[in-house]
Design a protein. Structure first.
Length: 480
């Protein structure tokens, strides 16, 4: 079920005033044209959605895993059949290049299919007599109602990363996408509800007020959110009042350690793709490069050469490598980081300005000569801005890498196996790649440390996040 009103094409104050407090207006970031408008969910709407989910959760939670899995597989097939329309909507709503949006679709249905299989697999210890002559076994049970709050940078992927395991584990959900990019989530929920029983999946649209109502609701037993660190802290604080479980996938500031024994030009080429993909609006983006001193100048020259080859522009063009930022407000935020860095002496090697064309396009930007303590090193920019620093040796590079509050992801670029083993152990990040970046696998968990949050997505661990485990201990005979 959905709790929203589509105002597209309707007359009313929203048509003249996009700032109406009761309405969210969806805008194409490449053209600045309005796509749609939706009435924001009220506290009463959220309460109604949670109420419906609470009723549905009782029956859905008793459905055998094999039946849940069969329905999820049908959903994955239906999404795959409409992959091109999903990609088009993601391109229009987020500004993601159409070629990239199409590539992401395979990850979407793979996560659903994996979750279907994981629902049928138990990692519990075998039933047995572990103590006191009693027989023990472990029950995996759903939590009940789960609230899902998803971000604007990967709206479809993040919705599926949360919705698929939550439903596979037997929960009913209420999902709220970002008010900026709701289009693919709306279509996703429409497809899901063709197959699942009524009210197992409920959609609410709106701004942060709707999210706050979900977090505070006493019948919501878990909140899973992808967002920035400040939002995650606020969610955790609010959720504490009802002691609900929280899964936080928050910000990142990925260190990229490039050593002189790596093929410098090829490494630079790959890191440009990983730094500016999705316009840098990725919490795992290769945005903070630390290069071994002996290779620093060669790397910077090669990297800037590769940046100059990036095709920036119309996201509907299959040749485009980088599209716009998601909103004018976000573009101004990104530009502010660069201007402040320029003000304290950083060197802007390329970019550093808005592109003069319709849409919220910011030039791919490379910044060097920055101190470790600088804001642009320590805080997440979340845009097409990459810093390059130099490090004397492995020890200094490692210290620089760990010297941020975030702990989401990192990568090491080297041909030295011993160095690989040392650094993958010492880097304090939830995912560490070697000679690659950003890729994930449904079978492996994803999640951060420190200010990047807690909880895991993907893999069997992701399914466990949406489950509770009950120990049953039976003594077959009463004492005489």
């Amino acid at each position: 079920m959905s709790t929203y009103v589509d105002l597209q094409g309707a007359a009313g104050p929203w048509a003249a005033d996009a700032g109406d407090a009761g309405v969210s207006v969806v805008i194409n970031p490449a053209t600045e044209e309005r796509v749609a408008a939706y009435r924001n969910a009220t506290d009463e709407d959220v309460d109604a959605a949670v109420g419906r989910a609470s009723v549905a959760a009782k029956e859905w939670g008793r459905t055998p895993p094999v039946e849940r899995a069969e329905l999820l597989l049908k959903i994955a097939d239906a999404i795959e059949a409409e992959a091109e329309e999903f990609a088009r909507l993601e391109c229009e709503n987020v500004g993601k290049p159409i070629a990239h949006a199409r590539e992401e679709m395979a990850w979407v249905y793979d996560v659903i299919r994996f979750s279907a299989g994981a629902a049928r697999v138990s990692h519990a210890p075998a039933a047995g007599e572990y103590a006191n002559g009693s027989t023990s076994w472990l029950r995996r049970e759903p939590l009940g109602v789960v609230g899902l709050i998803t971000p604007w940078n990967y709206p479809l992927q993040m919705a599926v990363w949360k919705l698929a395991p939550a439903v596979a584990a037997g929960n009913a959900v209420v999902i709220k996408p970002s008010e900026v990019t709701p289009q693919t989530t709306i279509k996703l929920v429409d497809i899901v509800n063709r197959f699942l029983p009524p009210d197992v999946v409920n959609l609410v649209l709106g701004d942060s007020a709707a999210g706050k109502a979900m977090v505070a609701h006493p019948k919501v037993r878990m909140i899973a959110i992808t967002g920035d660190t400040s939002t995650g802290k606020a969610v955790a604080a609010s959720a504490a009042a009802t002691l609900k479980r929280v899964s936080l996938e928050l910000g990142g500031k990925a260190p990229i350690l490039v050593f002189a024994d790596s093929p410098i030009r090829e490494t630079a080429r790959d890191l440009v793709a990983f730094g500016f993909g999705n316009s840098g609006q990725d919490c795992t983006a290769a945005c903070r490069i630390i290069v071994e001193e002996s290779a620093y100048e060669e790397f910077v020259d090669a990297y800037c050469d590769e940046v100059g080859k990036l095709r920036v522009g119309d996201p509907t063009d299959v040749e485009t490598a980088m599209g716009p930022l998601v909103s004018e407000r976000h573009m101004e935020r990104v530009a502010g980081f660069v201007e402040r860095a320029r003000g304290y002496g950083a060197v802007i090697r390329t970019g550093g300005e808005r592109l003069q064309r319709p849409g919220w396009f910011y030039a791919p930007t490379v910044v060097t000569d920055v101190e470790q303590s600088a804001e642009i090193i320590q805080r997440e920019v979340f845009g097409p801005v990459v810093t390059i620093q130099r490090g004397r040796d492995e020890d200094e590079m490692l210290a620089m890498a760990n010297d941020v509050v975030y702990g989401l992801s990192a990568s090491v670029w080297t041909a030295d196996l011993g160095r690989t083993m040392r650094l993958t152990r010492e880097l304090d990040f939830g995912t560490v790649w070697v000679n690659q970046q950003i890729f994930t696998a449904s079978e492996m968990p994803f999640g951060g440390f420190r200010d990047s949050g807690y909880g895991k997505e993907l893999s069997g661990h992701g399914l466990d996040e949406y489950s509770q485990f009950k120990h049953v201990m039976v003594k077959p005979e009463l004492a005489p």
